[in-house]
Structures are given as structure tokens and as C-alpha cells.
Design a protein around this ligand. Structure first.
Ligand code: ZN
Length: 235
């Protein structure tokens, strides 16, 4: 098979595009990975139904795509030099690597682990990384999908408690477009789509067959970076 060209506009060109056009290009890239699907009647892992589906596990499966998208995020944040890129979760870490590699400030890359304790959901840096997030550190947080923003809030608090500053938040896809993190999020796609309880689904009402391919009868593979947690999709 001949090598495929990097399927993203060069970051320089990308930055000049109209935001609507830019988002369409990024959506198309995610569609080509199989992560973004439309025009169907999906049974979601939550049990709800939706006409669109974004599979978090698939968004970073094509390295050349991820590199192209990472370049765009890096280009956006180049004016605010970071010395640390912080991420959590396997998909986000793959994207974060691509962003870190493309940034002219040559930041180091660290990840936090996620878990649930008696105090609720938490993030923590492995001991080896704690010295990197300290007083004066300029930290760029990189996520793949932002759904509720809860993980981002925890990461921001962790940076601030270590004495560092969050210089930006970048992600591939922001689901909940109205969340307020107290800081602008640079997202390649900002798109929410409706989900319906089975009893109130207009696609069911029209008799459209339900696609259960992505509902996963088996429990999802546990995130190796996370300790056991309740089964629910979030970022
Ligand atoms: Zn339905």
C-alpha cells in the first residue's frame, strides 16, 4: 500500500482557516479513523440512543492523523511557551506526545493517573514526575475528549497546588460546549449532539433499526493508567 499523505492541512494553513471550515476538516479526519460516526441510530454504552457516535478509544489510532492534529494544537499554543505538557489516560497521552514534540519550547511530557478514593475522583502524578510540576512550572494540559470537564478541573487544581500555572488547555473534541473551566479551551472540534433515553428517542419512533455495535456487551478494557472505577464514560 502506498504511504498515505498526512491528512491534515499544514498547521500554518490550518490556523488561517475559517473556524467552521477548520472544524469540518478535523471532523472528517476523525471520521476516517472510524472514531466519529454519523447517520445511524446508535446504542451508546450509557444505554442512551444517538444519531452520532464518537469512540474515545479510536481517536488516536492513526499515528499520522494524531501527529497532524497535534501539530495544530501545538501551533495554537506556541505563543505561550510551556515547559510541561500534562495529560492523563492512554489516548490523551498519545495526543499529548504529538503536541509536545511539535512545540518549539520543547516541553517535557508527564501524565497523571486517575482513580477513585473515598474523597471522590482524583488525579495524581507518579512520584517520579512530581518534581516537574512545581513552583513556576508553565503547564499545558492536553486531553483527547472533554465531556464534563471534571478531569481537567482536577488537573488544574493539582498544578495550582504544586505552585505551577496552567498556560492552556488543548483537546481534540469538546463534547459539552457550555462547560466553564475558568480558562479558554482550544478544541479542534466543539460539538455536542443529542442523546435520547430509549423511551423518548425520535429514531426509535421512526422505526430506524438500532445499531448496538458500539454498546459493548463485554465490560470495556480497563484503562491501564486508572484504578478500578465505576463504569461510566467520562473524560
Ligand atoms: Zn432510539
Amino acid at each position: 500500500m502506498p504511504p498515505r499523505p498526512r491528512p491534515s492541512a499544514p498547521a500554518d494553513l490550518d490556523a488561517q482557516l475559517d473556524p467552521g471550515v477548520r472544524e469540518k476538516i478535523h471532523l472528517e479526519i476523525l471520521r476516517r479513523t472510524g472514531a466519529y460516526r454519523t447517520g445511524d441510530h446508535f446504542l451508546l454504552p450509557s444505554g442512551h440512543h444517538a444519531p452520532e457516535f464518537i469512540d474515545k478509544a479510536l481517536v488516536t489510532t492513526e499515528p499520522s492523523f494524531t501527529e497532524g492534529l497535534g501539530d495544530v494544537i501545538a501551533k495554537h499554543f506556541a505563543p505561550w511557551p510551556a515547559d510541561v505538557i500534562l495529560s492523563t489516560g492512554p489516548g490523551a497521552l498519545i495526543l499529548a506526545h504529538c503536541v509536545a514534540r511539535a512545540l518549539p519550547s520543547r516541553p517535557i511530557l508527564v501524565y497523571a493517573t486517575k482513580g477513585v478514593t473515598e474523597q471522590g475522583r482524583q488525579v495524581r502524578l507518579p512520584d517520579e514526575f512530581t518534581r516537574f510540576v512545581r513552583k513556576g512550572s508553565k503547564v499545558l494540559i492536553v486531553e483527547d475528549l472533554i465531556t464534563t470537564g471534571e478531569t481537567i478541573r482536577l488537573l488544574m487544581r493539582m498544578v495550582s497546588e504544586g505552585g505551577g500555572t496552567v498556560v492552556g488547555i488543548g483537546c481534540l473534541w469538546q463534547r459539552a460546549t457550555k462547560i466553564d473551566l475558568g480558562k479558554e479551551v482550544f478544541s479542534l472540534v466543539k460539538r455536542d449532539f443529542p442523546t435520547y433515553a430509549p423511551g423518548a428517542c425520535p429514531l426509535c419512533a421512526r422505526g430506524v433499526p438500532l445499531n448496538a455495535e458500539f454498546a459493548r456487551a463485554e465490560p470495556p478494557v480497563e484503562d491501564p493508567l486508572e484504578s478500578p472505577r465505576p463504569r461510566r464514560r467520562s473524560t
